[in-house]
Design a protein around this ligand. Structure first.
Ligand code: LLP
Length: 386
């Protein structure tokens, strides 16, 4: 996409920074997901609300028929408000508090993804108090690595997530002893921004081993949840606006040995919403420092923390200028040295007032914004409303 793809004349009137969502791209992405899952029997996709809980986007995602994957009571509330049926809500997280569990029980969500025996016992107790039986899946830590940033791997033995594989059978036996929980499946998640399909294949192999082991113990389960993690092409948001869902689902269709009648659940976040979102900022000042030139923009790490937190790459474009490129460090106004979006990149020559587009920001962007430095949270605009 070049600057022609953005309604820059409409942006001129808006206060920056703000998130701009291309709802047409989101709809196309959802259409692709639905087409690809329909080829495989029993595949259900839950949208990982943590990636972006913008109510407008949630409604579009719900209309496409996806379920919701939540990690807090707040996310369950957001999903319900957007119209996701409780029967399509799964709820994970190592630290579920009582009110959050009670909310899930009251609404009869599809399943709690339980991360410890201690949590299992609390869910059982709270369900008993309501005379209910909670559907629970056990989140197993598969000790499968993922080729991604260390901060966003989750499926290694050293991570805080899930129940250790060696404790799986004991946990299932424990669940069987409790009257107010019903064990329905296994849950996994190995990490995020994964582009090597071999990582998902390794997860399939591990799940096959675990299912074989369960069978030896005459334990059957209704469903398997493999989490999310499919990455996107941050380098080429124009060339690859929609991730390769076909290859992704095919890995599971080919490598995972589902038992008859079992359903397979996915929890995709980034792959659904990342490419449809752009953070739009204005250039405030061009500053020639002692050794480099800075483009200082009005968006900061408070609006998009990924570059500061994970050294994440986001493609940046000057969508106001056609002049030959110059080299800049693109930085924000926050009083932190890590408030940097990119170092030594080429941008069409920048002037005060130029609009800057920070691409592929739809996932873990707006939702991770903060008010540090007493800043306002960024607003959002939908392409179909402008
Ligand atoms: N399921 C579970 C249990 C998860 O922990 C996550 C993400 C997902 C699903 C969705 O993963 P996705 O499909 O989006 O990769 N803030 C970081 C990413 C953190 C991901 C946390 N868990 C970032 O900006 O890269």
């Amino acid at each position: 996409m070049t600057k022609g793809q953005f309604p820059t004349h409409k942006f001129q009137q808006l206060r920056t920074p703000f998130y701009y969502y291309d709802t047409e791209l989101l709809r196309k992405t959802l259409q692709t997901i639905c087409q690809e899952t329909m080829r495989h029997e029993g595949f259900c996709v839950h949208y990982a609300v943590k990636a972006n809980a913008n109510p407008y986007l949630l409604r579009i995602i719900r209309e496409a028929g996806l379920g919701a994957d939540c990690v807090s009571g707040g996310e369950i509330e957001a999903a319900l408000k957007a119209g996701f049926p409780a029967s399509k809500i799964v709820y994970a997280g190592v630290g579920k508090s009582d009110w959050e569990i009670n909310l899930g029980l009251d609404k009869d969500i599809f399943a709690f993804n339980v991360e410890s025996i201690a949590e299992l016992e609390v869910i059982n107790e709270l369900a008993a108090a309501k005379g209910k039986v909670a559907r629970i899946a056990l989140r197993i830590n598969p000790n499968v690595g993922a080729h991604t940033h260390a901060n966003i791997t989750t499926g290694l033995a050293e991570n805080k997530f899930g129940i250790a594989m060696d404790d799986m059978l004991a946990s299932i036996e424990e669940a069987a002893k409790l009257n107010n929980v019903k064990f329905v499946g296994l849950h996994f998640h190995i990490g995020s921004q994964i582009l090597d399909m071999g990582d998902f294949e390794a997860l399939c192999n591990r799940i096959n081993e675990l299912q074989d082991l369960l069978e030896k113990h005459h334990i059957q389960i209704e469903n398997v949840n493999v989490g999310g993690g499919l990455g996107i092409d941050y380098q080429h948001p124009n060339r690859v606006p929609i991730p390769n869902f076909q290859d992704y689902f095919n890995v599971y269709a080919k490598k995972l040995r589902l038992r008859p009648g079992q359903t397979l659940h996915f929890e995709l976040g980034r792959a659904v919403v990342a490419q449809c979102g752009t953070l739009i900022a204005r250039t405030l000042y061009i500053k020639q420092g002692a050794v480099k030139q800075f483009a200082i923009i009005d968006a900061g790490m408070t609006d998009l923390i990924r570059p500061a937190l994970y050294q994440a790459y986001h493609k940046i474009e000057n969508i106001s200028s056609d002049e030959p490129a110059d080299t800049y460090d693109v930085v924000g106004p926050i009083c932190e040295s890590s408030d940097v979006f990119a170092k030594q990149i080429d941008l069409n020559k920048c002037h005060r007032g130029d609009l800057i587009a920070i691409r592929s920001a739809g996932a873990y962007g707006e939702i991770m914004a903060s008010q540090y430095n007493c800043r306002q949270l960024p607003k959002s605009y939908m392409s179909e409303d402008l």
